[in-house]
Write a protein that binds this ligand. Structure first.
Ligand SMILES: C[S@@+](CC[C@H](N)C(=O)[O-])C[C@H]1O[C@@H](n2cnc3c(N)ncnc32)[C@H](O)[C@@H]1O
Length: 293
């Protein structure tokens, strides 16, 4: 099946997961390959296989170059130890007794590599009927995701106002992205879980040391984020994942490009660091698993 056809089939089958970004009513797929609500608000499925469910475009700092760099880094194995932990947590949640498919939302999915890798590995291991929906504000990211993974559903949307029905999701992933806990609680079903990944204290500490002089920026604490999570969800697991990542010469540029840590670094300084080289970096994450309190 052609990619566009595959995307259309997915959206048609799972249109019940969506609600209208304008009026909040349910959606169905029209013959014209668009999602339509009872009040005739209409959202086209792009030819490249994604839905744009934003009422107006939003310009973000996550541009095509940054997202392409994140994809290169994802393909280099940088996130593999993290994804192993997340897939184990998800696998424990997949019930073979369930009649309906297990539906996973990645809120702030970027260019989609994590959701695609997790769903593909879990489908293979468990043979379960799994559906993945990726949502991000950055259209460039969603375009990349749809191009490479037409077997999943991709939408440009705001995670602070998800165009999704209540209580339809078994798991929400929120990996290194902003959160809106009220929305996550709303879309999760009664047994649903939120898996949030935040940087650990030593995440890319070598880049902080090179680029920041100010002591405050040289160190990072995720405690505030974790306290916030705890206000909305009952934390049932908290796991630190730490590894060392050997930086191949051709990976250094994308590594510097993919992180918001270098957004305010002058290009000359970036070039200087590329010339100097960097051997290894620390990749430390904290994974939080929460259920509805
Ligand atoms: C650091 S990136 C992480 C992307 C991906 N999870 C990853 O680990 O590669 C943060 C992502 O959050 C997205 N984002 C920020 N605010 C958002 C919002 N309100 N709704 C949806 N996505 C948002 C950005 O567009 C960006 O893709």
């Amino acid at each position: 099946m052609r990619k566009a056809e595959q995307a259309k089939e997915q959206v048609k089958k799972y249109a019940y997961l969506f609600n209208c970004p304008v009026c909040g009513s349910g959606m169905t797929m029209a013959a014209t390959a668009s999602l339509v609500c009872a009040n005739r608000h209409n959202f086209d499925l792009a030819k490249s296989g994604y839905l744009n469910l934003l009422r107006r475009p939003v310009k973000t700092q996550y541009d095509r170059e940054l997202l392409a760099a994140r994809k290169t880094i994802a393909e280099s194995g940088f996130f593999t130890p993290l994804l192993l932990v997340v897939s184990t947590l998800l696998r424990e949640r997949i019930s073979h007794q369930k009649q309906s498919p297990t539906v996973i939302l990645d809120a702030g999915c970027g260019e989609g590599s994590h959701l695609a890798a997790l769903v593909s590995c879990l489908r293979e291991e468990t043979k379960a009927n799994l559906i993945g929906v990726g949502v991000d504000l950055a259209r460039e990211g969603i375009q990349m995701a749809a191009k490479h993974n037409p077997d999943l559903i991709w939408c440009v949307a705001d995670l602070a106002k998800l165009p999704l029905e209540d209580a339809q999701f078994d798991a929400v992933l929120n990996i290194l992205s902003p959160a809106n806990y009220r929305e996550f609680l709303r879309v999760l079903n009664a047994e649903g879980v939120l898996i949030k990944v935040v940087p650990g204290t030593n995440y890319l500490t070598e880049l902080r040391a090179v680029f920041f002089t100010d002591h405050e920026k040289k160190t990072y604490s995720n405690e505030r984020v974790i306290r916030q999570f705890d206000k909305y969800f009952q934390v049932v697991a908290r796991q630190r994942v730490c590894s060392r990542f050997f930086v191949e010469e051709e990976i250094l540029k994308p590594l510097l490009k993919m992180t918001p840590l270098t957004w305010h670094v002058p290009p000359e300084r970036m070039e200087e660091v590329v010339r100097m080289g960097l051997k290894e970096v620390t990749v430390e994450f904290e994974v939080l698993l929460g259920r509805k309190a």
